[in-house]
Design a binder for this molecule. Structure first.
Ligand SMILES: [Zn+2]
Length: 78
């Protein structure tokens, strides 16, 4: 029985370097940037909210916002 245990131990020691040398998963080539665009644009002036299809979307001074922020644009519906 002792010999069997030793054999198992030797086998484990023999295999461990192989396991250590296992290729690590390659990091994704292009890390996805933090999602900044919420789909809506809140203008700095007036606090109007535009959706991504609006011609004012990201064209005016402002910042990305949520659907609940600001005042809905009359043209695009916010
Ligand atoms: Zn709009």
């Amino acid at each position: 029985m002792k010999k069997l245990l030793l054999t198992a131990l030797v086998a484990a020691l023999t295999f461990s370097p192989v396991l250590a040398a296992e290729p690590t998963p390659a990091p994704s080539p292009s890390p996805t940037p933090a999602a900044q665009e919420a789909g809506f644009w809140l203008t700095e002036k007036g606090g109007k909210r535009h959706n991504s299809k609006c011609r004012y979307y990201q064209k005016t001074k402002g910042k990305p916002c949520e659907a609940t922020e600001g005042i809905a644009c009359k043209v695009c519906g916010g």
